[in-house]
Write a protein that binds this ligand. Structure first.
Ligand code: CA
Length: 220
């Protein structure tokens, strides 16, 4: 299980990371909201532990951005302020759970177990086509029931194509699903990842529509 820990307090972050590593999690630790946003764009996490008071971009903004992209990564917010307004704004923005500082590491671990269990239980394939299943809750992809490992960008591209099944997606529309604003775009990225997806999921899955783009499924 891979976790993103977002905490600007160096002492607390270091302690929580060490504790979660001991519990067997792979932990990426970032210390500001902008780094969190980029990490969540770039990498699939099983859960995110998100402090609310952060430099550069506050936790609620990070969460709103994540949910705004349709990303259902389980998020547990940490708040130093035991006010109901804080919890409510975090939960309204799409948090799955919260803990008030100071908290017990064992309690954080128990809540993360519950969160990731719920996410796995809710992992019903809601997007599927021709033997390919995509479970947005757990960000899992299967081919004829077998798990297929995809990179974050391969997953993003497949998610876009499945969500727009039967519709031609232009290269620039597909690039939007791969890059954040201001992120430098490499040429041929879409072609490269389409190539990877065809190798992993079958050459027939994604059709090239010459001069227009790509389509998954039959166009009407
Ligand atoms: Ca903080």
């Amino acid at each position: 299980m891979r976790l993103l820990l977002v905490e600007d307090d160096a002492l607390l972050g270091d302690g929580v990371r060490a504790g979660l590593r001991l519990a067997g999690y792979a932990v990426d630790w970032v210390q500001d909201g902008e780094a969190a946003r980029l990490a969540l764009l770039d990498q699939r996490y099983d859960a995110c532990v998100l402090d609310l008071g952060l430099p550069r971009r506050d936790g609620v903004a990070v969460l709103k951005d994540l949910r705004g992209r349709g990303d259902a990564t389980p998020v547990l917010i940490l708040t130093a302020r035991d006010t109901s307004a804080d919890k409510v704004s975090g939960l309204d923005a799409g948090a799955d759970d919260y803990l008030v500082k100071p908290f017990d590491l064992a309690e954080l671990q128990a809540r993360l177990r519950a969160l990731t269990r719920r996410a796995a239980g809710a992992a019903v394939p809601i997007l599927s086509y021709a033997g390919v299943g995509l479970e947005p809750a757990g960000k899992r992809v299967t081919l004829n029931g077998e798990a297929v490992a995809l990179s974050a960008r391969e997953y993003a591209l497949l998610h876009d194509l499945l969500a727009h099944k039967g519709r031609i997606r232009t290269k620039s529309e597909l690039e939007e699903s791969l890059y954040a604003w201001g992120e430098e775009r490499e040429s041929n990225t879409v072609e490269v990842y389409i190539h990877h997806l065809r190798k992993k999921l079958g050459a027939e899955l994604i059709r090239t529509v010459r001069g227009l783009g790509y389509v998954l499924g039959e166009t009407p």
